[in-house]
Design a protein around this ligand. Sequence first.
Ligand SMILES: Cc1ncc(COP(=O)(O)O)c(C=O)c1O
Length: 507
Amino acid sequence: MKSRQSWADLYAFEIVRTSDTPLFRQLYLQFRSAILSRRLRPGTKLPSTRELATQLGVSRSAAVAAYEQLLAEGYTSGQHGSGTYISPDLPEPIVGNPQRRMKPAAAITPSAVQMQPFSDFVDVTVQSDERPFNLGRTLIDDRTLELWRKLSARTFRSLAPNHFGYSDPRGSIELRKAICDYLQAARAVNCDPDQIVVTAGTQQAIDIVIRILPNRNREVWVEDPGYPLTRQALLAAGATVHPIPVDAQGIDVGSGIKSAPNACAVFVTPSHQFPTGVVLSMARRLELLAWARKKNAWIVEDDYASEFRYGGRPLASLQGLDEGERVLYVGTLNKALFPGLRIGYAVIPHALLRSFVAARYLMDRQPSTLSQAVVAAFMEEGHFAAHIRRMRLLYRDQRDELVAALESQLGTDLMVNAPDQGMHLVAFTRRGLSDVAIERAGRQHGVVVRPMSRLYLAASPRSALVLGFSGHSRQTIVPAVERLARTVEMQSRPSARGRQRIATPKC
Ligand SMILES: Cc1ncc(COP(=O)(O)O)c(C=O)c1O
């Protein structure tokens, strides 16, 4: 007879969110260890992926991926509709040392990189979650939708031989000119269309940069806290990553110089540091440029979300200040328009241009001619500027709605910073509340928040919730803050904590 596994077994599971090992792999490794050590006995029925995800506070896709791997390797067997069971016929000799196998895989260090399979660096099964306040989401209004349909139809009607063949790996000249005009006017970027390379977005641009960095060493600085996908891409490429603390003026250049004076590159988000939202001060900009010039190092400026500025005086791009051609400027239309677009761009110093273009060519030849034609028309005909103007107003209203709701419902628990720019805000927790516990419980209440403490590498972590407001309409914001408030209230009432752990998701 099949025995039912108790939840108590799963409480022994240790999910380490700061680990670079993806959650699905941590789950897989711990199940495997429990199966091999016979803590989970052959024939035991495992919880459904939904139950497991809720219980351990992980995404459903992580649970599904872990189960799929266990199944593929024969540790479990499953019949559609009847659940997943530990295989009844595992041979004895595979039982190993349970102590050794209990721990999730060690955090990835650069020296271990060559040993790690690529799949360990990031859990690609995690899809974008639509629920408030997930990050990275955008809204498209009816006007843009209509224009997009019209311009796409027009592009398809006027298909010409140049749409069908191979073309310039940097992207079409029409799109590069449109991007160049925009960057000169809006961000004071120093560029000409020949230096612009159309990419699939920031992620591809960063990947190309890593490949073409000079071989003198593979040491780089990243912001701490910082954008995890930059760090993961760097680690996956075998770079030695030095986390450099961020303070109220942005990345602490002095600290970078102390820890890795000869690094070959630094990856920064100067106009709106991710996730803190701090603007890199002018003094630090100059210090960074001076260091890069002196050391022949490269500065990679990720200027994501700079289109959405709601007040205050904008600081022009760091690239625009650079007289020594040390800055690679990286921008994206996946945030200014929509993430599914997968079009971004990089402005590359002349010394690196040929290498950058060659690497881009070897990676995927060129961007799609059809998408480029639609985007170029959208920009050339003034729709992009108008879209940004409308979205700026919309996102500002959503930001204000979120700030007001947080202050009125969670004023004693959270300290909210209303950002002048961007698509997310940071709310610091008060009274010792844990951002990680809130994130975990929030998912059960249909609210997705990012715990800022998890985005730190070496610097002392601050507990705060990172909340996206760009992709969530005003009508959804207040009810979602109410659910967040209930979640936070349960966290601050110790007696309620146990109950909340087993609560059924409401949304
Ligand atoms: C810091 C940062 N840079 C860039 C991006 C955009 O990346 P991509 O253009 O690859 O979608 C994001 C998206 O969330 C981001 O947070």
